[in-house]
Design a protein around this ligand. Structure first.
Ligand SMILES: *[C@@H]1O[C@H](CO)[C@@H](O)[C@H](O)[C@H]1NC(C)=O
Ligand SMILES: *[C@@H]1O[C@H](CO)[C@@H](O)[C@H](O)[C@H]1NC(C)=O
Ligand SMILES: *[C@@H]1O[C@H](CO)[C@@H](O)[C@H](O)[C@H]1NC(C)=O
Ligand SMILES: *[C@@H]1O[C@H](CO)[C@@H](O)[C@H](O)[C@H]1NC(C)=O
Length: 361
């Protein structure tokens, strides 16, 4: 890419119109044509995480639409200058506008899927996995957004809308940019969860590569050879994420009974635990699982877990962070869902520091 720029710059004095065309084409191909997670400034980014703050913080009632932002460019949590419900800007709307504004949903050269157990505008159905997300990619690359927001995102023809049901509680969203080949692995993983694909399109040109996605998009449940699956995924810039997904046939707490033991680490877990339904901190297995009760984000925002619909965990010392689908409550032992884990030090530092108080055992 840089050699093309050098060549056209050298030629610029003689061929000015050509130079302008070359620069225009370079900007176009670099900036716009590749489907990707997009940052707060609408530029492509390898991954980003949003922590939407709850309305009820300790000592403060907020708007319910402000959020913290973190991405692969490094640094730590940044307070976003955007509200999560505005169409004016922000990483979520920038990323999803590739579907809404780009009209990718009418294209037969890209695949998309919107899934959510609590689909917008539709009745809740318990038979699907407890999982929420978006896939959008073409033959070169695209993004996977995994989040905790009920009734989100809106149907493609509606344009970007943030639901009022997602305002009161804290929410997280993790966006990852992947090369095309990784979407087969993601689809195989999603088969364990059987998410509710409420709107999707897998054009026929993709069906040979992605048979699982074709079935899920049709609403069909796939036959499984195991009750759970784990797969490493490599983002566009080679960052490793590990996907753990369980079906409803694995009837136990995903954090304690599986992921903590599989990663061989204790876990501090932040999930939405409504009173009387929670699974307590549990130290009966080799590796322990402990419930976080209070979160702290910079500069000095604090809130209680009961106002946080996020689902994530972090190890006390082993430098792993996971974000995902399931709460540590009894009923969700019976639900399908997953976690996406990372050893990225930027993610680890941001989440480990966010643990303000947890219940040890
Ligand atoms: C976003 O939500 C806030 C708080 O509920 C509200 O005051 C504002 O009007 C909303 N903005 C848009 C564009 O919906
Ligand atoms: C894609 O869509 C265009 C226009 O809608 C159509 O002409 C073309 O045949 C389609 N290609 C495939 C592979 O389906
Ligand atoms: C997506 O939603 C629109 C209407 O909201 C509909 O026209 C389209 O058929 C839907 N696609 C699928 C696969 O459900
Ligand atoms: C601790 O977790 C294990 C594995 O999930 C489970 O069998 C056990 O009943 C749990 N103990 C308590 C007190 O919840």
């Amino acid at each position: 890419m840089s050699s093309a720029v050098t060549v056209s710059l050298r030629m610029a004095s003689h061929f000015r119109p050509f130079f302008h065309i070359t620069v225009f084409l370079l900007c176009f191909t670099m900036g716009r044509s590749h489907i990707s997670c997009r940052n707060e400034a609408d530029e492509p980014v390898d991954w980003f995480i949003i922590y939407k703050l709850p309305k009820f913080k300790i000592g403060e009632v907020g708007s319910g639409v402000d959020y913290m932002y973190l991405d692969s460019a490094g640094g730590g949590w940044q307070r976003s200058t955007f509200m999560v419900n505005t169409t004016q800007g922000g990483a979520l709307v920038n990323t999803l506008n590739q579907l809404y504004k780009g009209k990718a949903y009418m294209s037969n050269s890209s695949v998309y899927a919107l899934y959510n157990d609590g689909a917008p505008e539709l009745k809740y159905i318990h038979t699907y996995g407890h999982s929420k997300g978006v896939l959008l990619f073409d033959r070169s690359q695209g993004f996977w957004l995994s989040h905790s927001i009920p009734h989100f995102p809106s149907f493609p023809e509606r344009g970007y809308q943030y639901p009022s049901s997602g305002k009161r509680n804290g929410q997280t969203a993790l966006c990852m940019t992947y090369p095309y080949a990784q979407f087969l692995s993601i689809a195989q993983q999603l088969a364990f969860v059987y998410p509710r694909f409420y709107n999707c399109s897998v054009p026929s040109a993709f069906s040979a590569d992605l048979p699982q996605l074709v079935q899920l998009c049709k609403g069909s449940k796939l036959p499984l050879t195991s009750d759970r699956g784990v797969k490493p995924l490599f983002s566009l810039s080679g960052d490793k994420f590990v996907s753990f997904m369980k079906s409803e046939l694995f009837v136990d707490d995903i954090y304690n009974a599986w992921v903590a033991q599989a990663l061989d680490t204790d876990l501090l877990v932040e999930t939405w635990q409504r009173q009387g339904r929670e699974l307590p901190s549990n130290c009966s297995l080799q590796k322990h699982t402990m419930n976080i009760k209070r979160i702290q984000l910079p500069p000095s925002v604090q809130f209680e877990s009961r106002y946080d619909h996020s689902k994530w965990c972090v190890s006390p010392v082993d430098r792993v962070t996971c974000l995902g689908d399931l709460n540590r409550v009894k009923a969700q032992m019976l639900r399908a869902g997953g976690l996406i884990c990372s050893y990225n030090p930027v993610i680890y530092k941001a989440f480990r520091k966010a643990v303000n108080w947890y219940i040890s055992c």
